[in-house]
Design a protein around this ligand. Structure first.
Ligand code: GDP
Length: 459
């Protein structure tokens, strides 16, 4: 193991909590801890992976900082593969900070975001795609996304990448044998066979890219905007949807008339619902800002729930909103169907052809299940089946896959144009390197640093 500095960080979230954990990793972690931790009963020899009850004491002043449970983990069977210590203290900010300060004072330095996981990668315990899966586990919004992230952490995706890479190595070996020993008895590289092999690897990459798209949806969700004029029942619909399946609430700063963002879980797909203050022309300044935002969100939204009031005829304002949404992926929601209907569905069909119409009563909680099923079916129809092969990947990984596939396409084209076999090999090698970036074999330091900067402190 390299002679790295010992690092320390508070690994639990900021604020008050039942417990707080300070993590230390590196050669000096035991030594530092022994200086500031006093077990309640005498310990002759520290045993790895045992918990010790005791106190953190400021060695200079001799005063107690907190009562803690300390675990020592001996390298290499640790998160980072280095010696590690975890101090479980009471979850107050002052105690946690003070313990961290003492660890720093006695030889550690503050860990950068993601540095523990970065060390796990640099020390070879996990590869880059597994390290990224750690963030996905932390940020999972539904159980299904969590399951996928776990599969990635276990190395399923990496195994696939490695297997495609080894196919490419085979092809390159095949080509090289011909270049290096042209006079020998090695049968000449058969272009048809090489073509088939490249094609096969390319198809595997393409298939994986498809699976990444389902994975992206499962991880990031589908941003959906609830659109409709004031009083059609947008807030009521949001509440009805959130009632059962509220997943996560995210804070979007702004005024009360601003935009609310929440996640609902629809068959494992986190659907991020953006509720708007109502898109309409208005002189009210605060509302204007809301309208501007809503328009912007409409551009960014991947799906629209277009709400219409069944109890009154379609208004001019409705029409203007229909117009905004006509080119979007949208489900039409006719609300207030508990009231006598005064709406002409035929007219809606005419204005917005080929969009699914669902009838609900947000107030009476009717039709909500049907709406959810329709949202799910529409997503599947649009994006393709969300099967068990879904892979969670980052934008970076997806880009590398796409580049890898296009190098193979280039190789196939060169082959068709009877280019020298060396040229084809170069493209295959490029493809192999791109795939290597995913697992970190051929990733540059910049890429690696950028990835870990996304982590939280203490992970
Ligand atoms: P928003 O301005 O589009 O967000 O509309 P709200 O959700 O605030 O609803 C406006 C009014 O319509 C409220 O008084 C709701 O109680 C009422 N409302 C909403 N949904 C229904 C419904 O399904 N049936 C009936 N009868 N009233 C509803």
């Amino acid at each position: 193991m390299k002679d790295e500095e010992t690092i320390a960080a508070i690994s639990t979230p900021m604020g008050e909590g039942g417990i707080g954990i300070i993590r230390i990793s590196g050669d000096k972690s035991f030594e530092i801890t022994k200086k500031i931790f006093k077990p309640v009963s005498e310990v002759r020899e520290i045993r790895s992976r045992h918990l010790y009850l005791g106190h953190i004491i400021d060695p200079e002043k001799g005063n107690r900082i907190d009562e803690v449970l300390t675990a020592f983990y001996k390298s290499p069977h640790t998160y980072t593969r280095e010696d590690m210590v975890e101090i479980n203290c009471h979850g107050g900010m002052v105690a946690q900070k003070k313990i961290l300060e003492l660890a720093i004072k006695y030889g550690a330095r503050i860990a950068e975001p993601g540095e523990f996981t970065k060390r796990a990668f640099l020390n070879g315990r996990i590869d880059l795609s597994q390290a990224e899966a750690v963030i996905d586990i932390i940020r999972s919004k539904t159980e299904r996304a969590l399951m996928l992230a776990n599969r990635q952490l276990a190395g399923g995706f990496s195994e696939m990448i490695k297997s495609i890479r080894s196919e490419l190595v085979q092809i390159m070996a095949h080509i090289e044998a011909n270049i290096d020993f042209p006079e020998d008895d090695i049968p000449e590289a058969d272009p048809v066979q090489i073509k088939n092999e490249i094609q096969k690897s390319k198809n595997r990459i393409k298939m994986a890219i498809k699976n990444l798209e389902s994975g992206k949806m499962l991880r990031d969700g589908l941003s959906t905007i609830i659109l409709g004029r004031t009083n059609v029942g947008k807030s009521s619909l949001l509440n009805a949807l959130l009632n059962e399946e509220r997943a996560i609430v995210t804070d979007v700063p702004g005024t009360t008339r601003d935009i609310i963002e929440e996640y609902i879980n629809i068959n494992g797909i986190p659907v991020k619902i953006i509720d708007t203050a109502g898109i309409r022309e208005t002189g009210d300044k605060v509302e204007m800002i809301g309208v501007e935002r809503a328009k912007r969100y409409l551009n960014e939204a991947e799906m629209v729930l277009l709400v219409i009031d069944a109890s009154i005829e379609i208004t001019e304002e409705d029409r203007r909103i229909f117009d905004m949404a006509k080119d979007k992926f949208a489900v039409i929601v006719i609300n207030k169907t508990d009231l006598p209907s005064r709406i002409d569905e035929k007219e809606i069909e005419k204005i917005l052809p080929e969009k699914k119409i669902i009838r609900i009563s947000a107030l009476k909680n009717q039709g909500i299940e049907e709406l959810k099923n329709e949202i799910y079916n529409s997503i599947v129809e649009k994006m393709g089946p969300i099967d068990e092969n879904a892979i969670i990947a980052t934008q970076r990984q997806k880009k590398a896959m796409e580049d890898a596939a296009s190098y193979l396409e280039k190789a196939l084209k060169s082959l068709e144009e009877n280019m020298p076999i060396e040229v084809i090999e170069i493209d295959i090698r490029e493809s192999w390197e791109k795939l290597g970036e995913i697992i970190g074999d051929t990733a540059s330091e910049d890429i690696i640093n950028a990835i870990f900067e996304n982590f939280c402190i203490g992970k």
